[in-house]
Write a protein that binds this ligand. Structure first.
Ligand SMILES: [Zn+2]
Ligand SMILES: [Zn+2]
Length: 189
């Protein structure tokens, strides 16, 4: 179970500029299963610094691990390094001295510190991990991808589909097809 919730009451009571370093380990499968393949034990690890500022708690840090994505060409799983940068300002929703509720200017409730002074990194880490994942991961630069007609993985060998004829050569190809397929191919190149 991920527990990315931290009680920051002490830090909020401290002077502006006070900071705390927190180790973070986030199970990627629970957080963003689309990045973890079938591996339920994959963990993003790192540390964040929590800084008391006038406006709230600034959280900065970096978590690293690996992600498994589908190859953009052949859809086979590809494992790539994942570096998740975090930099967010979390706002208090209660005044520590008076106990009064504050409505933060920040609209995103994922960035609100709750009334028990719990700062929850879960949603921020999840979103930053998704943003950090490469959009066009490929299993290899030489990946041949899938045949658009039959879906065969062309890295495993050619399929039986004929290549699409170039429409510019259509009439000529039709003419030559009657005679000799191989020769027509030679002339079209
Ligand atoms: Zn591939
Ligand atoms: Zn095919």
């Amino acid at each position: 179970m991920n527990d990315l919730r931290f009680n920051v009451a002490q830090l909020l009571r401290d002077v502006v500029g006070a900071a705390r370093r927190v180790e973070v380990a986030a199970n990627l499968y629970e957080l963003a299963p689309e990045l973890s393949g079938d591996d339920r034990s994959r963990v993003l690890r790192g540390a964040v610094r929590m800084l008391n500022t006038n406006a709230g708690i600034l959280v900065q840090g970096r978590l690293t691990g690996t992600a498994t994505l589908a190859c953009a060409r052949c859809l086979e799983p590809v494992t790539t390094p994942l570096e998740v940068e975090i930099e967010e300002l979390f706002r208090p929703t209660i005044d520590l001295l008076t106990g009064r509720a504050i409505v933060p200017e920040e609209e995103d409730r994922a960035l609100w510190i709750d009334e028990h002074h719990i700062l929850d990194l879960t949603e921020v880490v999840r979103q930053d991990a998704l943003l950090a994942a490469p959009l066009n991961a490929v299993c290899s630069e030489a990946c041949r991808g899938l045949c658009p007609t039959c879906g065969q993985n062309l890295n495993e060998g050619p399929c039986d589909c004929k290549p699409e004829p170039d429409p510019r050569w259509g009439p000529l190809t039709a003419l030559l097809d009657d005679r000799d397929n191989d020769r027509a191919d030679d002339q079209n190149v």
